[in-house]
Design a protein around this ligand. Sequence first.
Ligand code: BES
Ligand code: ZN
Length: 611
Amino acid sequence: MAPFDPHSFTDSSHPLTTHIELSMHLDFDTKTIDGSATYTLQHPHTGDLFLDTRSLTIHTVTETPSTKPMPFSLQNHSDPIKGNLLNIFLTDQSSFRITFKTHESASALQWLNPSQTAGKKLPYVYTQCQSIHARSIFPCQDTPRARIRYSAVLNIPQQMSSAMSAAHMGRAEPCIGEAKGACSDDKWVAHGRVVEHFSMQQPIPPYLFAFVAGDIASREVGPRTRVYSEPSPILEAAEKEFVNTEEMIKQAENLFGEYDWERFDLVVLPPSFPYGGMENPRLVFLTPTAIVGDLSGGHIVAHELAHSWTGNLVTNATNNDFWLNEGFTTYAERRIVEVVQGKEQAYLSIGLGCAALREDVQNFKDNLGFTKLKTNQEGIHPDDIYSIVPYEKGFQFLWRIERQVGRSAFDEFLKKYIANFKFQSIDTETFLDFLKKNLPGIEKEIDLDVWIYGIGIPPDFTEPISTIHNKVLAASHNFIAGKMLSDEDVIDWKGLDWQLFLKNLPSKLEESQISTLDGRFQLSESNNWDVKVSFLTIVAYSGYTSLFGKIEMCLKEVGRMKYLKPLYTGLLQSNSGEEGKKLARRVFEEVIDLYHPISQGALKSLLDKFS
Ligand code: BES
Ligand code: ZN
């Protein structure tokens, strides 16, 4: 009789939802969805059933298949984190139907006007349900402890197509002229519309529910992979960038066991997508900045692919255990990168992770609780404390275990862990029990409590040792000591080398250092967004105003928070004082509507914090 997830109203004594049948009419004029959802529960239930909602209007709750109204109440007061509790009263029922409408401000949806798309012809919409936004699209037990199969019918304008984290079952005219029962609502029978049918046969946590609709074309890039995006030229570029996908899937299968989701499609989203990638099952979402032109965007694909095992099969029970998703996936990503791109690339990525971890631990200096692997997020919105810690500290912990027991024993352990917990949502303690049972004596070799429940960076944290990694670090140290990079130093540098070099420089440089670096290597114009933004972040902090125009262009071009946050923070704390702050405020006002609701929120708090 209690909530078991700090971010959900779901009650531990209530049956969980096992299936949802969704019907959604997407209205691009009002930027809303009219929907109905039919729920199936684990078992019949009598009494209250709590569902999560945020900014939803609930029209009716009815019995099914009869349409008899059922009592319900939607909490007026909105919890800033959890949203509004929807309480339904059941009488020995295991199913019911809700009709609802989303709000224009739904936190999981970004609606783009035609002018905000590449083709400028049609509007576009996409979802981002992680961490706790699925509830702004349809009422649900929005906790990863719930694992739900779903079917969905999307009603969209006929010039559009759609894709979902589910199998596509067909496209049809809406049921004009059909018996009314087949269409749940008269207004759905409209000219110029089509319906697309989807079905997700595997049970997934609600944060993995996803769709996209707009002017979308696709290309095959492998036997089980198709890449979707707006029509050319981005589609051709995506096809080239992701040619290695099938090889990655095969390598990942070697490491973690068979790929369980049948298809591994990719969709390259418009630039406002707030993340690098999102592991929606069967349909990974990607930022267009992943297309670099030299296959280096492949590591994001490797990461989201790895989630197919670590995250989507074995899922964190709540966001308190988020490191089980991201730490394991970061480890798995680097194992894939190691085989596909080579050990040196993997080591550079580990080195970069070390620098990023130190920085984020420092950023949390007044809130060290969030530097633990197991967190307590009671009263905290997961998006507000999103950081690299669960990724890199989680990675380091697993790498530490690997070194302790040896790679082959650890590989065997990983396979067993995944096979044992697939399609389950587990907490950190369940993992620890499994670890101690399967790698007996590990707790005597490694201080598990320090790694899991301790703050900051554990003493047995390790920097990678590799020739290239060391060479790049030496170049950073020499640069700080006044020695400019030579052409020979950087002759075979790719994106990761540059990033590691820049990451190991102080956040503020002299004007002459910046202008020489940019003059020689054109970093402010790099095709690689990671490199460009690492450099421009230094520009922002240093207050090098002649390159502020380039920063402004970046802030207006993409919505990926990994880029926006450091650039805005750099401007707000810039050596240039008021000039940086003024630029940050002006640009934010100008482009706020281009950003995703999640980025808008995150950036607003940044601006408030430093203003
Ligand atoms: N699942 C995350 C993205 C996410 C996390 C969205 C939490 C919302 C809340 C995804 O797998 C991820 O980690 N993306 C990274 C990719 C990178 C590590 C290669 C990103 O977006 O930067
Ligand atoms: Zn991830």
